[in-house]
Design a protein around this ligand. Structure first.
Ligand code: HEM
Length: 407
């Protein structure tokens, strides 16, 4: 009898242990969905009360996937401040007409070369690759001027890996696999290939066995490129390929005017429309960060920027349509309209965290320079031959659009 009870006890303990392990794995692999917040007052409250701890915990997926340590992943106040200060200083340095003219010329030359070389071997090109090359060269010129010129092939390789790792890092299962079964993990494989290529092209990393998190160039490349890819691609698609011919001519003319003298003021509106509103309308419909995640009492909460930006209560009729004129018509303003926050927390909110430093240091004008330069290079020679209809986010960009030289 005593041995039967002992057996029973052991079995019960084993079953209990088994259930606990299953629950733990389930919690890791299928976390509870976040609470989505669309109430504007609550959204701003959440921005204002975000802390490094709340954000870093949710961004550990980026540490696993990219091997980074930056302001998004750290709880260390000093690491955060030096990261933010370095970025603010560089953005500030590049936020003037001289720097913008240099960037305009760099983007124009490199996009022309990209198209010429691609056209020799292919009848069509992926539009996203043109955008990636333009954005990546812009970010390198600003933040890593010491890096020698990369080939387009290197840039497409690096940015494609960044995109697939970004996508994979959102899957709790893939992160679980990377942590506990690294030899089977596509994340670990892609990270190794990405680091390998970075070591070849960044002189400071040559000869290194591995890249230390604190010196990983992805610390900066990631927020800068991910902030720009989606919005540049969508602005180009809306202006160049989806607008009716009269709007296309008007928008293109405005960009041309702006690029002639890209100074600190936005050019004056013509016919109720300006480049500023074209960029703002793109950021409204396609904010690069669709949701900003934070935590409250162990629950994950997401400020649903995209949802707020698409509500008909604020944005008037047909909120899903790209219509830069709505800004003037509805009396909207990029600063005063509290329902517009593509850069996270608004200026004046107490916390810096969750407030993009590029907002007041030339971010919107950088978008205008890249889009304007690409519009100039594309001219009216190229047409869109294939487009995947549906959500066009950072992940679906890869296959979303394709340019082809008209016969
Ligand atoms: C121009 C388009 C851009 C948009 C719309 C944008 C948007 C955002 C948003 C929404 C956040 C808050 C994210 C969060 O807390 O989870 C953010 C943060 C940040 N962004 Fe941007 N971004 C852009 C470009 C850039 C660029 C070019 C850089 C340059 C490196 C940059 C650097 C950062 C940094 C460092 C943060 C963290 C701020 C902090 O917590 O202190 N962004 N951005």
């Amino acid at each position: 009898m005593a041995s039967f009870l002992l057996h029973l006890q052991v079995r019960l303990v084993l079953v209990g242990l088994y259930l606990a392990v299953v629950r733990l794995i389930r919690r890791c692999v299928i976390p509870r969905p976040p609470i989505l917040v669309t109430d504007v007052k609550k959204c701003h409250e959440l921005f204002a009360t975000t802390t490094l701890e709340k954000r870093a915990a949710l961004n550990q997926r980026l540490v696993v996937a990219f091997g980074i340590e930056n302001g998004f992943t750290t709880t260390n106040e000093d690491v955060y401040c030096s990261f933010r200060n370095e970025i603010e200083a560089t953005l500030e340095r590049n936020s003037n007409d001289y720097a913008r003219k240099d960037l305009r010329d760099l983007i124009t030359t490199s996009a022309q070369e990209f198209l010429e070389i691609s056209a020799q071997t292919h009848r069509s090109i992926l539009l996203i690759n043109l955008v990636r090359v333009a954005v990546f060269r812009t970010v390198l010129a600003m933040f890593f001027p010491e890096v020698p010129r990369l080939s387009d092939e290197d840039i497409v390789f690096v940015t494609t890996k960044m995109n697939s790792l970004w996508h994979d890092s959102k899957s709790p299962w893939k992160i679980f696999q990377a942590r506990y079964f690294p030899t089977q993990s596509p994340i670990i494989r892609d990270k190794a290939q990405l680091h390998q290529r970075l070591k070849l092209v960044f002189p400071s990393l040559r000869g290194r066995k591995s890249i230390l998190a604190c010196e990983n160039p992805l610390n900066i490349l990631l927020p800068a490129c991910m902030g720009l890819f989606r919005v540049v691609l969508n602005c180009l698609l809306e202006v160049r390929f989806r607008s009716i011919p009269t709007d296309f001519l008007e928008y293109t003319h405005l960009f041309q005017q702006y690029l002639k003298d890209p100074n600190d003021r936005w050019p004056v509106e013509e016919n109720d429309i300006s480049v500023q509103q074209i960029v703002a309308e793109t950021l409204r419909l396609y904010p690069p960060t669709r949701r900003i995640y934070t935590q409250r009492e162990k629950r994950v909460i997401a400020v649903d920027i995209e949802q707020v930006h698409r509500s008909s209560e604020v944005w008037g009729e047909k909120p899903l349509e790209f219509d830069p004129r709505r800004w003037k018509r509805e009396g909207l303003d990029t600063i005063q309209t509290v329902e517009y926050f593509p850069f996270g927390g608004k200026i004046g909110s107490p916390a810096k965290i969750s407030r993009c430093p590029s907002r007041t240091r030339g971010g919107p004008k950088l978008i205008a320079v890249i889009v304007g330069s690409l519009l100039g290079v594309l001219g009216d020679e190229w047409c869109l031959v294939m487009q995947v209809v549906g959500e066009c986010d950072g992940d679906s960009m890869l296959a979303s659009s394709c340019g082809s030289k008209q016969p």
